[in-house]
Design a binder for this molecule. Sequence first.
Ligand code: NAD
Length: 364
Amino acid sequence: MNYKIVTIPGDGIGPEIVREAQKVLEKVANVYGHNFTFEKVLMGGCSIDAYGVPLTDETIEKCKSADAVLMGSIGGKVGVSKWYELPADKRPEAGLLKLRKSLGLFCNLRPAHLYPELKNACPLKESIAEKGFDVMMVRELTGGLYFGTRKTEIVDGEEVAIDTLEYHDYEIRRIAKKAFEIAGKRNKKLTSVDKANVLDSSRLWRKIFKEVSKDYPEVTLEDALVDSTAMQLVRNPAQFDVVATENMFGDILSDEMAEIAGSLGMLPSASLREDSFGLYEPSGGSAPDIAGKNIANPLATILSAAMLLRYSFNLSEEADAIENAVEKALAQGYRTGDILEEGVEGLKLLHTDEMGDKIAELIG
Ligand code: NAD
């Protein structure tokens, strides 16, 4: 199959980690007989340096013309980099927000997988970490409290701030469909998280998830309250498979899950549109403290490339091949510095490019 992938290496470690993910995708193309063409574009600080703005219209158009976008990370050292002397809407992060909006990406996926080899990085009790977990958080990304109308005003001499939490049925229905489709490709268990004992928007959320569930009889739907879910995620994360929730709850729960999984360098993410198009990026930032040293962990970006194959190109076998190669590399003791456990014998420290080579070698 022929596919076009636009890459946005970005700033800091971005170019180093995207280069390795591209290397792995090229190996997949070779082994499985696909033709992936790559086009590199600028966004973030590097785009400010080249064009004076963090995102150009031309870059947006190039992304729109692709089948999927693979991104590294953008931004510099906040408070140190000259990019942060610019007004907020001209800074690197403004480019990413504008791109997500221009591409209509409303569904954010953040998997949190605890690999047995990295279980000591998990801050939970050993008895919990031992069981491992593999949770997929599906977060609504373009509605709810962060996008509702807001104002701060003086009422009867008091300062009052108002944020509006609003969801339309179509916004809930389209994210519900994505969540059920994803659950159908995994263990067929979906937990829909809300605060239906208090909020109208949550009661609508719950009602629509129930309606959509009729089209996916193979998936078991469970409702849960957000406060109870936050607790259960640290008590027994293994009970969850796919967790779907609205924007603000998802913002908080996905960071909680990232913390439980322990290793930032291992966490991929995806942002999807209604069709198969998506933008894929590691959950971490541009790590300016280690940029240019060839020591960054490329695995989150490589795992993002696996998600790209699974969710945008529907190439599950190829996605599995990448994920299995990552598991094999970890099982064989290969580590970048951030996931190297001190005092454990038999581990082999690799540079960024060597880890990319190792994963490519373990495919096919
Ligand atoms: P960060 O995630 O870049 O770094 C936090 C810590 O984790 C650092 O010590 C870093 O070295 C380490 N780290 C992160 N990714 C790593 C990897 N792949 N391998 C090894 N170590 C890794 O967070 P920060 O320092 O708060 O932010 C730096 C810049 O990144 C800021 O400009 C911020 O705005 C930006 N940022 C961008 C995105 C994005 O592009 N989506 C997301 C978060 C932060």
